[in-house]
Ligand binder design. Structure first.
Ligand SMILES: [Zn+2]
Length: 115
């Protein structure tokens, strides 16, 4: 006899609520993964996976998840080509760890259509 193992995961409704909260933050202005993490009480790792999902689902609405790339605070190096949503740990140029986090925001979509 097989027993179904119940995973101790957040129920779907809570997931949806979290995603909604994150999207609201993104719609209000540019925020870092850390800002989101604090606001929705989730580890940054989980915030990143939500962001990935949001980025993909936005395509259908015509909106875009804009990413302002991470930037080295010491030498100004911009991590422009970085595809991952998690912040880099170290500057490849000067090896400084003082990196400004990438900032996320939502642009476009059907939310602000007049009438
Ligand atoms: Zn640097």
């Amino acid at each position: 006899m097989k027993k179904k193992i119940r995973k101790p995961v957040i129920p779907r409704t809570a997931q949806e609520t979290t995603r909604h909260a994150i999207m609201k933050l993104l719609g209000e202005g540019s925020v870092s993964a850390n800002d989101i993490s604090v606001a929705v009480h989730l580890p940054e790792k989980e915030v990143s996976s939500h962001l990935e999902h949001i980025r993909r689902s936005l395509h259908a609405t015509g909106a875009v998840l804009e990413i302002a790339p991470a930037e080295c605070r010491s030498c100004g190096f911009v991590f422009a080509k970085r595809e991952r949503l998690t912040p880099p740990g170290k500057c490849p140029v000067c090896r400084s760890e003082a990196i400004n986090d990438p900032l996320f925001s939502i642009r476009g979509g059907q939310e602000h259509t007049p009438d």
